[in-house]
Write a protein that binds this ligand. Structure first.
Ligand code: SF4
Length: 426
């Protein structure tokens, strides 16, 4: 049984309300390159994508959504467009009049830095200010029937939330609740919520907590599920299944995005399997989801998996245990799916870094397309390999920038030198 949720419209698609789980993804072209973006959207739709998100990082990109939409209409492609907003409220307002849905991060709607000694009144003032900042956007959304996704990311929680709750799943759920209450006061309910983290267990618990908290306050907003920065290949797919499937198997979740560092159309086969997991009793995706659910809910030990699921290959079991952080047998790679802001060929960068470092059991290495959310979204990685533009890479150790603007051709060698220098090479 799916958990009850209200219906939220995004163009011709309805999310929630017991409707089938919607499969979505995001373009990784330059949003100003209309032809490349439209062509990618057409390929994604051809593979089963039902909703497409496009970066609208600034005003020119937001304005170009009109051209993209028009080109799609000319080609009879009626797919809902979602504008992905970073920090720019003006870009959000422009996008809200053309896109069917916009995604905002509540962490970006409060401009005051939190510090020790702030009072309850300071906290109320901050929320009031956020409400004032959001008010013009909500008016535009109401006028154009545009829905909103509140996208909470573990790596970019506001200072105020981190101060109160720490960097925890509870902090993520509270971050969303603050804004859901605010939107209720503004009489706006066309909202979908996401709780994303690259750590599967954090993502799972944040979603469960949010559902509990919403139920306590009689809120029934649909949920968008995804493990962010899951990486590529088998690792990225298994990690995504381990986070998304256990929630879907409990009736939680109304739309899914599998974030792979690959072409967005490659996400569709696995996303479609997840969307149909309830009916599909025998697929590998379903079995992986069941194992992950049993492990996340402590219903089974890792030793019991090997005896109870003898039909699952051992390498898959190892990958599930690694994805859930229970057992590590190789390096973990956190890699963003890339988007219109990506500064280099991240797919080949990830492959090169994996080839050089996969054997470093226990290390976590982040490969990111740009510095916009760095170091926050590097998920506490030990090292970061970040696209810095013009064929260069920045290297981080933890949250500290170690080398800036290294030529890409030397960057993997420099990364391995850094790891060797720290005595972590084996
Ligand atoms: S980190 Fe990756 S997904 Fe995030 S904004 Fe940069 S390129 Fe886009």
């Amino acid at each position: 049984m799916r958990k009850g949720s209200i219906e939220v419209k995004a163009g011709n698609i309805i999310i929630g309300g017991g409707n089938p789980v919607v499969v979505q993804s995001m373009t990784n072209t330059d949003t100003l390159d209309t032809q490349a973006t439209v062509s990618q959207i057409i390929r994604m739709v051809g593979q089963g994508c039902q909703m497409v998100r496009v970066t609208a990082a600034d005003i020119p990109q937001a304005e170009n959504l009109y051209k993209i939409k028009n080109e799609l209409v000319k080609r009879n492609i009626d797919v809902p467009l979602v504008a992905d907003i970073h920090f720019n409220p003006k870009a959000a307002e422009i996008s809200a009049s053309v896109a069917d849905k916009i995604r905002i991060n509540p962490g970006n709607y409060v401009d005051r830095h939190w510090r020790e000694g702030f009072t309850v009144q300071d906290y109320r003032d901050i929320l009031q200010k956020a409400k004032e900042n959001l008010s013009p956007l909500i008016d535009i959304c109401k006028k154009h029937s545009t829905s909103i996704r509140i996208g909470v990311n573990h790596g970019s929680l506001s200072e105020r939330i981190l101060f109160k709750y720490g960097n925890t799943p509870l902090a993520m759920a509270e971050s969303a609740m603050e804004f859901l209450r605010m939107f209720a006061e503004m009489d706006f309910n066309q909202i979908v919520v996401s709780m994303k983290a690259s750590d599967v267990a954090v993502m799972y618990r944040a979603n469960k907590l949010l559902v509990e908290k919403m139920e306590q306050e009689r809120m029934y907003y649909p949920l968008h599920l995804g493990v962010t920065e899951a990486g590529n290949g088998e690792d990225g797919r298994i990690k995504s299944i381990c986070g998304i499937a256990p929630l879907l198997l409990q009736g939680i979740g109304d739309t899914v995005r599998v974030s792979l560092t690959e072409k967005p159309e490659n996400e569709m086969p696995i996303a479609l399997q997840l969307a149909h997991i309830a009916e599909d009793k025998s697929s590998m995706t379903r079995k992986i989801g069941e194992i992950a659910y049993n492990l996340l809910e402590n219903k089974i030990t890792k030793e019991e998996i090997r005896s109870n699921y003898s039909d699952i290959p051992d390498f898959v079991i190892k990958d599930i245990l690694q994805a859930l952080g229970i057992e590590r047998y190789k390096a973990e790679f956190v890699a963003c799916p890339s988007c219109g802001r990506t500064k280099y060929d991240i797919e080949s960068a990830l492959e090169k870094v994996k080839k050089a470092c996969s054997h470093l059991k226990g290390l976590k290495i982040a490969v990111m397309g740009c510095i916009v959310n760095v170091p926050g979204e590097m998920a506490d990685a030990d090292y970061g390999y970040i696209g810095a533009g013009n064929g260069t890479v920045n290297l981080y150790k933890g949250k500290e920038l170690m080398m800036a603007h290294i030529n890409e051709s030397e960057a993997v060698d420099k990364l391995t030198e850094l790891i060797k220098h720290d005595g972590k090479w084996s």
